[in-house]
Design a protein around this ligand. Sequence first.
Ligand SMILES: [Zn+2]
Length: 416
Amino acid sequence: MEKNNSVKDPLRIAAVTFLVLVALLICYGAVRKNLSRKAEANSAPRYIFLFIGDGMGNSHVAAAESWLSWKKGQNGGEQLLFTTFPELAMMSTYSADHQVTCSSASATAFSCGIKTNNGFIGAAPDSLPAESFAKGLHEKGYRVGIMSSVPINHATPAAFYAHQTDRYGYYPITLQLPASGYEFFGGPGFAEFAGRNGDEEPSDVFLERNGYTVCHGPDELRSNMDKPNLVFCDASNRGRSADEYSLDYDSTRTPIADILRLNLEYFGTEEPFFIMCEGGEIDWAAHENSVYPMVQAILRFNDAVAVAYEFYLSHPDETLIVVTADHETGGLAIGYDYSWHQSVQDWAAVEADWAEQGHRDTFGIEERLRRQNSWGFGWSTNEHTGAPVPVYAIGKHAERFNGRIDNTDIPRLITG
Ligand SMILES: [Zn+2]
């Protein structure tokens, strides 16, 4: 017996060792798989859209939905696409030096995750440059697209590629665009096209000299899709500044939804991407306390969100869409001298007045405000306010956009 056992023992030990090794290998494989699944789950979404409705507070969104409902003969019930997204957060917007932020400080919070002073772009309160999370994604192989319905060197888009302490130095902002290396920029054009006094190198010449192909209109852009870095400008804006409009929206302009479509066509899906898309004229109309063009601006912005949503439907597990605002503008209230016996918003009068004025606001601020009040809209200021703004999200990691957040949280919530 003893002899037999001593013969079998080495065999038994070898068998047991083999089985233990196999078990360990299986466990190791499972743990590795689990870890990589976790890493995948925590990683930034492959396709990221950040929509910024400049100045678009809760009441602005409510006004747009009120108008949509009125069009259907209802007091309410109609929704913009982005308010149907499953996740909703409320966001504080104060800046480093003011309770009420300006667009540049809030866009710097979105881009760099820091509080800075009003007027600063991509720079910390000590004036040193701050790094955008878009730049970080770009270094990891993401393609980056930055676009706006107002000039490409305005505060909100600028905070994603420039570093300045004066948001109104438009030309110096343009000069910092090529250093970003981002693949796509889009908008009507550039403010201070040839510098503040018009005696500098024109923006398009400068950009072409620094590695970008400047395309005027969709056709020109489509014929240059093989080029590495593109800037889209409106054909109607060739060779001049793009900051000459606000209330009387020029219908010859390429809608922001179309610019986004062109950007997506250019990027394709081979590489991951981050796109920031701003509805800038929402803020401009709100500064003028004019509800009709403000609502139309939100509808155009919503059209752009619809383009991203269509993309999301084809790539639901890899896409994140975030829609928010940098601050509230105008202190808008839905209702003024409200009475139980009358309908609150007189949209019929709003529309009739707008058509009568030839689709531009011809009144001075006092008369405009008096009319807005009589139609059921209250405005408390021509400037921004410190009211919190909504954040809507759908797609990968959208659940992070929930509850009370701050504008500096945006980069961390997007990239994880
Ligand atoms: Zn503003």
